[in-house]
Design a protein around this ligand. Structure first.
Ligand code: F6R
Length: 535
């Protein structure tokens, strides 16, 4: 994952790009670089995080430029491998996120033509290919270049020969255009643009964007101009700042009560005893639903797993859950399934692939996402926004709880449509839901106790999470978060399964976190905890 930004406007580009890179640092930061044109192309690159780039950069002037923060895939972490990558005469600069699958073939072709490579990256071929095709027309050179590329890319390019233009191209890697007044921007993620504009256009696969100071033109891969919708992002630039927290993940954990409140606003009415969504979703839900398929990756998949329990308890509709990466290739074709994809970003490749497969099969599709205008919202028949605010911490926290809330609301809505929930039960559930943000806040007030517990287990090398019912997928998610953030080996188990093998891994040094809530299997959970203590 790399971060990309481009600026073309009236301001000095350097501080805009450096600020954008700071906001994109969460995408990776083993090295970074910036290229600015002021008659001549000026480039500076640095190994390390963005602050090292900022400390070492000379002051470049110029109102057009690009920047990149790298997380190495092809080639070591070196200044030469950092982006921008350049052509031999150092007149063209490109930044790239993605992987070019046919790069060896293209590199051989370019080497036979005499091009000499400086870096070990797959991205450098893009600068040389543009150079090869660049006779008079920058746009034409980019179009010819992207037709040769196979793989995933978000590319932003500038050229000294056309010093007023940025060109961006995308295939399977997100790029968003920010529309300003007398200034336009392009970035891999919205937070990098928010300081300057909240009007955005999302590029689709195969599209390129010609970004001038006063205009933005989108073309398809054949070079034909396209009209695209401009979306208004409701996020504020303050949403993308740490607000006094030491890091974004902690901030986002503490934003859960607010995110849940936002998710409920306008969707539940205790007085009317209703759950309601916008008309497109309402129409989808009015159709008879025989079966539901929930698909996602990672944390979003665990939200789906919890969703399965919720749907099946409330509606009696059979629910299948699939990892998107498996569904794409192995799912049986079931056109009568109602497919709900869950993806915070709306850009996860496997989830997009699975959504496209479901649509091709003839399924009705709904996506639950946090990002308005993201690719998933444009593939699915309808979308439901979690309204959690931007997720910058990378590890999903507030977006996970918001996804579960959305699945719960959908389950309640379908149950109410199908009358598998009584009006009184719905009423009481809605009252409880209204209390949810406050209750989450109470848990977050226990920070000191949580810190002590975390400290006690921080030196463990292995850890178990256990739960039953909806707490089983919650245990899986807990284990994922521990692995991802603490680098401690962790496993989630259904509590009743420990005796079928995993006990072998338990030692007195293995912390076991049991999620035991007052539900119908609370006693069974206590018995499971007893078994563990006995061992
Ligand atoms: C883990 C995490 C990931 C994402 C997964 C799917 O903390 O954040 O597992 O849940 O990569 O991402 P989205 O939801 O954007 O499709």
């Amino acid at each position: 994952m790399c971060g990309i930004i481009g600026y073309n406007g009236y301001r000095n580009a350097q501080p805009v790009i450096l600020d954008g890179l700071k906001r994109l640092e969460y995408r990776g930061y083993d090295s970074a670089g910036i290229g600015i044109i002021n008659k001549k192309l000026q480039v500076h690159k640095q190994v390390g995080d963005i602050s090292r780039l900022i400390d070492s950069i000379p002051s470049f002037t110029g109102t057009i430029g690009i920047g990149h923060t790298r997380w190495a895939t092809h080639g070591k972490v070196t200044e030469t491998n950092a982006h921008p990558q350049l052509n031999t005469s150092k007149t063209i600069a490109i930044v790239h996120n993605g992987i070019i699958d046919n790069f060896l073939e293209l590199k051989n072709h370019l080497q036979q033509k005499g091009y000499v490579f400086q870096s070990q990256t797959d991205s450098e071929i893009i600068a040389h290919l543009i150079d090869e095709h660049y006779h008079k027309d920058f746009q034409d050179a980019i179009l010819k270049t992207i037709r040769q590329l196979r793989g995933s890319y978000a590319i932003v390019a500038i050229s000294q020969k056309d010093p007023d233009t940025i060109i961006a191209a995308r295939n399977e890697s997100p790029l968003v255009i920010g529309i300003g007044d007398n200034e336009n921007l392009v970035a891999s993620d919205i937070p990098a643009l928010l300081k300057y504009t909240n009007r955005v256009i999302y590029l689709d696969d195969g599209e390129i964007c010609i970004l001038k100071k006063k205009s933005v033109t989108i073309l398809d891969s054949a070079g034909t101009q396209k009209q695209k919708e401009t979306h208004l992002v409701t996020w504020d630039v303050r949403d993308a700042e740490k607000a006094g927290y030491p890091h974004f993940m902690l901030k986002e954990i503490h934003e859960q009560p607010h995110a849940l409140t936002q998710g409920l606003v306008g969707r539940i009415s205790e007085i009317n005893r209703t759950v309601s969504f916008h008309e497109k979703i309402e129409r989808l839900l009015r159709k008879p639903i025989q079966k539901i398929h929930l698909i996602a990756c990672g944390t979003s998949f665990y939200a789906c797993y919890i969703g399965k329990y919720l749907f099946e308890q409330l509606t009696n509709i059979p629910v299948q859950i699939d990892l998107a990466s498996e569904y794409r290739y192995f799912s049986p074709k079931q056109p009568d399934a109602f497919v709900i994809a869950v993806t915070q970003s709306g850009e996860t490749l496997d989830t997009l692939g699975a959504l496209r497969t479901a649509k091709k099969t003839g399924c009705q599709t709904l996506v639950i996402t946090n990002v308005i205008g993201s690719t998933a919202t444009r593939i699915a028949n309808a979308y439901l926004l979690t309204q959690s605010g931007p997720e910058i911490g990378v590890a999903a926290t507030k977006t996970f709880t918001s996804q579960i809330l959305m699945l719960y609301l959908l389950a309640l809505k379908i149950a109410s449509n199908q009358q598998t929930i009584s009006s009184d039960d719905l009423y009481h559930t809605l009252i409880e839901l209204r209390e949810l943000p406050r209750e989450v806040r109470q848990i977050l007030h226990q920070t000191e106790e949580i810190k002590t517990l975390a400290h006690n287990i921080s030196n463990s090398t292995s850890l178990f999470y256990i739960g039953r019912g909806i707490n089983y997928p919650l245990a899986l998610e807990g284990a994922l978060k521990i692995k991802e953030i603490s680098y401690i080996h962790a496993e989630g188990f259904a509590a009743g399964e420990l005796k079928h093998g995993p006990f072998a891994l338990l030692s007195p040094e293995t912390p076991v976190i049991a999620i035991a809530t007052h539900d119908k299997i609370f006693d069974k959970m206590l018995a499971n905890i007893g078994e563990i203590k006995a061992r």
